[in-house]
Ligand binder design. Structure first.
Ligand code: ADP
Length: 561
């Protein structure tokens, strides 16, 4: 804008000075011309008066400043003060002579050969019909202009410089208030009232834009907060597989982090399963893939994004389905195990029963067979009981209200129940520690302690010992069951809490184990928010400890057992 104002002002100045110069020169030349003719006219009239008074000889006597020519009525030159009249051709058709002959006087201007001079002619008709012409030479307009050029140029330069300075100041003065215009400050005065509607509309637009920007960034923050906190990953790609948007989980899932500017799901940088799924989605199909990523199972669903019937991109959802898959695998395994565990005693029962039915069993053996059938049925019942207990713990089915349970007392009861079985193998049972009451479900706690003590006896050596110790230590209630039994091989220690896992199947079966005891212990402890600690030395014995957190503890009474 400044430049424009400056340029236009300068242009106006230049045009003005040029127009003035031309006008000045024109007026000056017009005046010079008028003066010249006036002088010639006066001179001609004087001479005409002289000729009429003194005859043609008058012309020879005077020495005029101008050239004087006397022309006869037929155009013949009678006298010329500069040239030889006899050698001059007829002047009848000279403009000024013709005019004088016709109108009494005439004038004309003719340019000299060099164009630098003009010759002015003035003719007057004498009383005797002849024409007296006076001529004088003057500078032409060109030479006058040339003479005036230098001062004129100096003036032009001066004027242009001045107008340049003025133009620049003017431009600055005009634009300064516009530059200083603070649109964002509504209380700022607008120096040019003409600008007020523009400024008002700018302010209005600015307010609208700011409101829209605020709304947009709020939505963006909301969207980011939702997507970033989603455990599911999502990625949006265009039809060239460039990532348009996505959350952290999505980026992790496709391993696209650190792609930099490229951000393209390329085969090199992204796992092949994802690329294939995205390609299928871009081809208009919905694709689901399951893959393993760093020990986690990821399910990715790629769906096409369709706009106006055209696939414009794809959206990829990635979910960590590790737990689901693990549960599914466990369920499958459990079903297979249950079927197997149920089938074994049932096959025995059905075999024994068939032999009895067919009469293949001698009478003295019938009792033995009936005992086998009874034992296998008991095993079946135990197994089903254990499975029911586990499923109740699994489903978090409603269980009796929690109540204060004295762990010491409960352990004592359980050991008493197990004493006959222990005595059969000369195993000594001990209970030590203090009375600690915890808030819990009696039936579950009973199950936990029973299973641990039962195992400690089952997997003990004849003449060994089992010690149950209850204590309140370090703000926690600890119940440990230790034995001097066979211990658990190191390779199996990690798996003993799995359902149906048994170190030695035949031994477990022989002692009436179902393979679910420790699973029930684990889930029962979890139910109470208790921690399970376990250590075992093969050939030396094992120790299982349940650690109840302080919030479970109700009361403690010291009593050494
Ligand atoms: P089971 O019904 O077979 O006893 P558990 O789940 O109670 O099943 O135990 C799983 C396996 O862990 C057992 O088969 C046994 O091999 C081993 N085990 C459990 N407790 C002990 C222990 N106190 N000493 C040695 N081995 C044990």
């Amino acid at each position: 804008m400044t430049l424009r104002i400056f340029r236009n002002t300068l242009l106006v100045g230049a045009v003005a000075i040029l127009a003035c110069s031309i006008l000045f020169l024109g007026v000056m030349y017009y005046n010079v011309e008028r003066m010249a003719f006036y002088r010639l006219q006066t001179e001609a009239e004087h001479m005409a008066a002289g000729i009429s008074a003194y005859g043609d000889g008058y012309l020879q006597k005077i020495s005029p400043a101008s050239r004087v020519t006397l022309v006869a009525a037929d155009g013949t030159v009678i006298f010329d003060s500069v040239a030889d009249a006899s050698k001059m051709d007829s002047h009848l058709w000279r403009e000024e002579v013709r005019e004088a002959l016709e109108q009494g006087s005439g004038q004309s201007i003719r340019l000299s050969n060099t164009l630098l001079e003009n010759t002015f002619y003035y003719s007057i008709l004498l009383d005797d019909g002849r024409v007296l012409r006076v001529a004088a030479t003057q500078d032409s307009v060109i030479s006058m202009s040339a003479a005036a050029a230098l001062p004129l140029l100096a003036a032009v330069f001066l004027v242009l410089t001045l107008s340049g300075v003025l133009a620049s100041r003017l431009a600055r003065d005009i634009t300064k208030p516009i530059y200083d215009l603070a649109v964002e400050k509504s209380d700022t005065a607008v120096e040019y009232p003409e600008l007020r509607p523009l400024v008002d509309s700018l302010r209005e637009q600015k307010r609208t834009i700011r409101a829209q920007m605020d709304e947009l960034s709020r939505r963006q923050r909301e969207f980011a907060a939702i997507t970033e906190n989603m455990s599911e990953g999502f990625i949006l790609v265009d039809n060239k597989r460039a990532i348009l948007s996505g959350n952290r989980s999505g980026m992790d899932a496709i391993s696209a982090r650190g792609l930099g500017d490229e951000k393209t799901i390329s085969r090199v940088r992204c796992r092949a399963e994802i690329c294939d799924a995205v390609d299928r989605a871009l081809a208009g199909e919905r694709e689901e893939v399951l893959f393993d990523a760093g020990g986690r199972t990821i399910q990715a669903i790629a769906s096409p994004v369709v706009s106006n019937g055209q696939v414009t991109g794809a959206v990829l959802l990635a979910m960590d389905v590790t737990e689901r898959e693990q549960r599914e695998a466990l369920r499958r395994e459990f079903t297979a195990n249950v079927s197997h565990e149920l089938k074994t005693p049932l096959t025995s029962i059905s075999g024994f029963a068939e032999l009895l039915k067919e009469g293949f069993v001698p009478p003295e053996k019938v009792r033995e067979f009936a005992t086998d059938i009874y034992t296998e049925s008991r095993r079946l019942i135990n197994l089903i009981d254990d499975m029911l207990k586990l499923s109740r713990l699994d489903e978090n089915a409603p269980v009796p209200e929690r109540e204060p349970v004295d762990l010491f007392e409960l352990s004592d009861e359980i050991l008493e129940n197990l004493r006959p079985a222990a005595e059969k193998r000369s195993i000594h049972l001990h209970l030590t520690g203090e009375h600690v009451k915890v808030m819990g479900v009696w039936s579950i706690l009973n199950e936990i302690i029973y299973n641990l003590c039962d195992n400690a006896i089952k997997y003990n050596k004849d003449g060994g010992s089992v010690t149950v110790h209850v204590e309140h230590a370090g703000g926690e209630a600890r119940l440990s069951v230790s034995d001097t039994g066979i211990g658990i091989p190191y390779s199996s220690q990690r798996r003993v809490f799995e359902r149906f896992y048994r170190v030695e199947k035949s031994h477990s079966r022989g002692v009436g184990g179902t393979g679910l005891g420790l699973s029930i212990v684990k889930h029962g402890a979890q139910y109470h928010g208790a921690r399970l600690e376990f250590e075992s030395e093969p050939g030396q014995g094992s120790k299982f400890t349940i650690v109840f957190p302080s919030e479970c503890i109700v009361e403690t009474t010291n009593e050494e057992g």
